[in-house]
Design a protein around this ligand. Structure first.
Ligand code: DC
Length: 222
């Protein structure tokens, strides 16, 4: 039996930063499921398939081979054999990922891949539906939250640090729109499961959040 740590929460709550640290400390594999939806979104953008055209998106997804490899301990997503990690971290790709992740066929393909990864490895997996759908029997199901203004400020600071143009109000309104869509879609919306281990990272340091999750996990497996 392998160990499973599920981390769900809205965009910008710090899931991937924390999941990476937790997996490093425990020696587990980190599975970033958002990167898989982003890769599919990039695929649509690069092939001129509109995010609102469900049939077109599903057709493209059915013809695309998606896989995961670990390069120097970092997860890389491959689309038809090509590593696309360098191209999926833009706000545009994030917004399209949120839009196409409402389609059942897109989710089925990626959930299947995610569940296969968790069978043989101890994993820390983050996303929106990990505790509710992908790994409902995880040892701990973390719901990592933060106030929307704090999350938007984090995204804004990240973009500015990368030397990109960013307008705080635009990021805030896009984030609210993304939260709404991720929480209200028909299939596998972001929910706080009944036995969620809730952490609000708004006024915590990264170290504090990491320690809280490791403590919760250790207590859960005792
Ligand atoms: O976590 P992220 O920002 O990289 O995710 C991008 C989008 O992908 C997110 O807005 C919704 C979708 N997603 C999802 O529906 N289910 C997941 N498990 C992970 C991401």
């Amino acid at each position: 039996m392998s160990y499973q740590i599920a981390i769900d929460g809205p965009a910008g709550a710090g899931k991937s930063t924390i999941a990476k640290l937790v997996s490093k400390e425990l020696g587990f594999v980190y599975v970033d499921t958002g990167a898989m939806y982003r890769a599919m979104a990039l695929n649509c953008l690069e092939n001129g398939v509109d995010k609102d055209d469900e049939a077109g998106v599903v057709d493209l997804v059915s013809k695309t081979d998606v896989s995961i490899k670990y390069i120097d301990g970092e997860q890389a997503v491959f689309l038809n054999g090509e590593n696309v990690n360098g191209r999926i971290r833009t706000p545009e790709v994030g917004n399209v990922a949120s839009a196409i992740s409402v389609y059942g066929e897109v989710r089925r393909k990626l959930v299947d891949l995610q569940q296969k990864l968790a069978v043989s490895e101890n994993v820390v997996m983050d996303g929106r539906d990990i505790g509710s759908v992908v790994l409902p029997n995880a040892d701990i199901k973390v719901y990592l939250d933060a106030e929307v203004e704090v999350r938007a400020k984090r995204r804004y600071d990240e973009l500015i640090a990368k030397g990109e143009d960013a307008v705080f109000e635009t990021i805030l309104s896009e984030m609210k729109e993304r939260d709404y869509r991720d929480m209200h879609r028909d299939i596998s919306p972001l929910v706080k499961v009944a036995d969620a281990y809730c952490v609000d990272s708004s006024y915590m340091t990264i170290e504090e959040v990491k320690d809280a999750i490791i403590k919760g996990f250790k207590e859960a497996i005792e």
